[in-house]
Design a binder for this molecule. Structure first.
Ligand SMILES: [Cu+2]
Length: 350
């Protein structure tokens, strides 16, 4: 089908198309096409809450890896990653714990890399201690003094390029008494890619090229969630999550950026609680539609699922939806006509 026909036929009805397509079990896959490696981290890939107890020391090793991978729309990109995934893994420690962090840079890397964790109290957040050449490693330790959910990122010149290319993640410092239990937790981070090629203009299989000029102008071609730059049904897949009616979900939402502030919103839901700016010690906001998350910042939101269907995670600066910024929370379970009642509409016929 000609690209223009797809755009005019599907884009205006994207939400309804997805709503129909995802009511059943057939979800778009996050797996890359053609066997090419995907760096997109599954949004359900994070450790559970920590057991309570005396302060501990966590020995953590993180390795910088430069990987060519599928972008989620059939094109390829040279990602720079922590441990081969975007975002880097969700680190979880407790207030008062000590972290002994060994930072490695893979032998086949072309560049220096490092790590700056916003949970660190100390120069550079660790970046001054971890500027690491390919094949080398550095170790430093820090005490997690302040509870919260913090961004970490590479802080090697050009920092914004290292972040854009995928070097960001979240570290949670749980409050001493932990958080209230929820049924499911998800981990999503928003980022931007600056490519010479316009989005959806290059043939499948093309290795895209980073554009320093577009990065300097803050004109991203792609807005990615967990490094995934595809929008189902335009590109065949999106970042997907699954849950059930009756469950309460918590989403840790961080922005690597490097430049765009996110207006985080879930289409069809209302956040029952927002831990604004990822502060876990201030009282949570209640009943929030959209919450603002700056680059290098995070939020934590919770909501109960009352009605089955597909709920779209977006940056409500909605131009970015069409640049790849889409997550789909597919909720299965019995209909709940007391809360929502509608005739199923055809997604394609509008
Ligand atoms: Cu780096």
């Amino acid at each position: 089908m000609p690209k223009q026909k797809i755009l005019t036929g599907i884009l205006p009805g994207l939400v309804s198309v997805l709503g129909v397509a995802l009511a059943g079990a057939a979800l778009p896959s996050v797996a890359a096409e053609g066997g090419l490696v995907t760096i997109s981290r599954d949004a359900a890939d994070l450790p559970g809450p920590l057991a309570k107890g005396a302060p501990k020391t966590h020995k953590i090793t993180i390795e910088a890896k430069e990987i060519t991978a599928d972008l989620g729309d059939g094109t390829k990109y040279n990602f720079w990653t922590f441990d081969g995934k975007v975002p880097g893994r969700f680190l979880r420690v407790r207030e008062g714990d000590t972290v002994e962090l060994t930072f490695k840079n893979a032998p086949d890397s072309k560049l220096m890399h490092s790590i700056d964790l916003h949970a660190v109290t100390g120069p550079g957040g660790g970046a001054v201690a971890t500027q690491t050449a390919p094949g080398q490693s550095k170790t430093f330790s820090f005490k997690a003094l302040n509870p919260g959910v913090y961004v970490y990122h590479c802080a090697t010149h050009l920092i914004h390029q290292h972040i854009s290319n995928g070097m960001y993640g979240l570290i949670m410092v749980e409050p001493k008494n932990g958080m209230k239990k929820v049924d499911r937790e998800f981990y999503v981070m928003q980022g931007e890619l600056y490519t010479v090629e316009k989005i959806r203009s290059a043939p499948k299989g093309t290795l895209l090229t980073h554009s320093p000029d577009k990065m300097a102008a803050e004109q991203a071609e792609y807005v990615v969630f967990n490094g995934h730059g595809g929008v189902a049904p335009l590109d065949g897949s999106s970042l997907t999550m699954k849950a059930k009616v009756g469950e309460t979900v918590r989403i840790y939402w961080g922005v690597g950026g490097p430049n765009y502030t996110s207006a985080f919103h879930v289409i069809g839901e209302i956040f029952d609680r927002v831990y604004n700016q990822a502060s876990l010690t201030a009282p949570a906001l209640t009943d929030v539609q959209t919450t603002v998350v700056p680059p290098g910042g995070a939020t934590v939101v919770e909501f109960k699922l009352d009605v089955p269907g597909a709920y779209l995670l977006v940056d409500h600066a909605l131009t970015r939806l069409y640049k790849g910024g889409l997550g789909i929370l597919a909720v299965e379970g019995p209909a709940n006509p007391a809360v929502f009642k509608a005739e199923q509409t055809s997604g394609g016929g509008h």
